[in-house]
Design a protein around this ligand. Structure first.
Ligand code: DUC
Ligand code: ZN
Ligand code: ZN
Length: 482
């Protein structure tokens, strides 16, 4: 008799806390038991493999709506394919707002697109125009729909918010039990340096990094933290590029503030030098904040070990290199200012980080699991349904061969973007099977899942993002609709 629909037999189960050899029994899409000699209708031999929670990519841009119509090239189907190929089973993507418009209509349009997903999904709601209607009327409806995180940009035309608008978003999040995620770079400083660089004829992709040095990321991070402290609103600083910025988060954490930090694979394996390739080639590596240097990359490991940075997400962002609407939308001679930012990395996030973290001996597989699955689940209100392997959790599992060496190529990434910035990089450790809610959806690189088989992950209010209760003078200004 079979007690389980599926048994993953004899692998090394990796949880955020420990590693042990056991069988995992799956029933009705959930982990039902961890033990020995479990019997299932189907059994998968995981001997010699790591059995880890499916990755959660809590920051990726998939089919994001564009102003004037249309959407990013990466669709929910192609993005899901890349995710599942790379061992990621859940994503958090972005519903956006266009200045002068509301958030509910684009959210409805975006949600319809997301229903094609083959991974489980939820959204961050981007706020680019903090009008009374958005702040007092629409954000409460977004929260009620189960979307518990907002995203704001402190730079980028036409997305950026000024401090007053940012404070209003923080207060709205506090009232509606949401987390605020922040893109921290100083808008005016970037514009000023950009103008000077262009005036000096320095237009090539490498000057992208010159326009946005680390201190302008640090300044915005400091400001975001100070304003969040004033409102008593938890925040997560997105895509921290270097230790100098992470120091601001470390100081906030040391003072007991609810501030968390995310970084991305590109800040470990790319540097500003990549943007100095001949001709237009450097555009392939342009993202914001800009990758720094080898010392900064190495320093990020200390930030992770010290618990200052909590998450590694991809910030997957799709602009093909050869297509007219991609990186070269303004021509191959466009100044760096006019080249779209972002690098693809949804499918390669786990492989790069496993190689860097575990295969290169910087940390064990439990710590890796925390970075790519458990902490994203906890910080975005998906835990314990997602992010670990234990009885009652969704059976989102990646079987991982820790000894398999692979040279990364764009074809292996399985996204729609026509290049990967990681082309030719050697990694050790590779996903051989992905299981989503008990169903095998990737085996040996072949993704097999029905469009629309991903589920929307509605998020209830959760304890981690409760305010601390400390506001200046004991006066909670967020209670007033100003
Ligand atoms: N930076 C972002 O903030 N978003 C997408 C791409 C990028 O480089
Ligand atoms: Zn950003
Ligand atoms: Zn982003």
């Amino acid at each position: 008799m079979s007690d389980y629909d599926l048994v993953i037999a004899g692998g090394t189960v990796v949880t955020p806390a420990e590693m042990f050899i056991a069988d995992v029994g799956v029933k009705d899409g959930k982990v039902a038991a961890i033990g020995f000699n479990l019997r299932g209708l189907r059994s998968i031999d995981a001997n010699g493999l790591l059995v880890m929670p499916g990755g959660i990519d809590s920051h990726c841009h998939i089919e994001q709506l564009q102003e004037g119509g249309g959407a990013d090239e990466e669709t929910f189907i192609t993005g899901s394919t890349a995710a599942l190929a790379g061992g990621t089973t859940s994503v958090v993507t972005f519903s956006t707002q266009f200045k002068g418009g509301g958030i509910l209509q684009p959210l409805a349009d975006y949600w319809r697109r997301a229903e094609q997903a083959m991974v489980d999904y939820t959204f961050h709601q981007i706020i680019t125009d903090a009008t009374d209607a958005v702040i007092f009327d629409e954000i409460p409806q977004v929260a009620a729909a189960g979307i518990r995180s907002l995203k704001v940009f402190l730079t980028y035309d036409p997305l950026h918010l000024d401090d007053r608008q940012f404070i209003r978003v923080l207060a709205a999040a506090r009232r509606n039990k949401m987390l605020v995620t922040v893109h921290c770079e100083n808008y005016e400083a970037i514009n000023w340096r950009t103008a000077a660089l262009l005036a000096d004829g320095r237009t090539a992709p490498k000057y992208h990094a010159w326009a946005r040095p680390a201190m302008i990321e640090r300044e915005a991070t400091h400001r975001a933290i100070a304003l969040a402290e004033m409102v008593d609103q938890p925040i997560q600083v997105f895509h921290v590029s270097c230790p100098e910025v992470a120091e601001e988060i470390a100081r906030a954490k040391a003072r007991g503030l609810k501030v968390w930090g995310e970084t991305c694979p590109q800040y470990f394996v790319l540097s500003a030098d990549h943007m100095d390739r001949p001709g237009f080639e450097g555009a392939k590596f342009m993202c914001s904040p800009a990758p720094r240097d080898a010392a900064a990359s190495e320093g990020l490991w200390t930030c992770i070990r010290d618990g200052v940075l909590d998450i590694v997400s991809s910030d997957h962002s799709g602009w093909s290199y050869e297509t007219p609407a991609g990186k070269r939308v303004n021509g191959v001679d466009a100044p760096f200012r006019d080249i779209p930012n972002g690098v693809p990395g949804l499918g390669s996030r786990l492989a790069i980080m496993f190689d860097q973290a575990v295969s290169k001996g910087r940390m064990d597989a439990c710590a890796f699991v925390r970075l790519i699955a458990t902490n994203p689940a906890k910080l975005f209100g998906l835990y314990p349904r997602k992010g670990t392997i234990a009885p009652g959790t969704d059976a989102d599992i990646v079987l991982w061969d820790p000894t398999k060496s692979v040279t990364l190529t764009n074809a292996l990434a399985q996204h729609i973007i026509d290049y990967t910035p990681y082309e030719g990089m050697d990694v050790t450790g590779w996903p051989v099977m992905t299981i989503r809610r008990g169903q095998v959806v990737m085996q040996d690189g072949r993704v097999q899942a029905e469009p629309g088989s991903g589920q929307f992950l509605a998020r209830e209010p959760y304890d981690l993002i409760k305010p601390t209760g400390n506001v200046p003078n004991g006066f909670d200004a967020s209670a007033f609709l100003v």
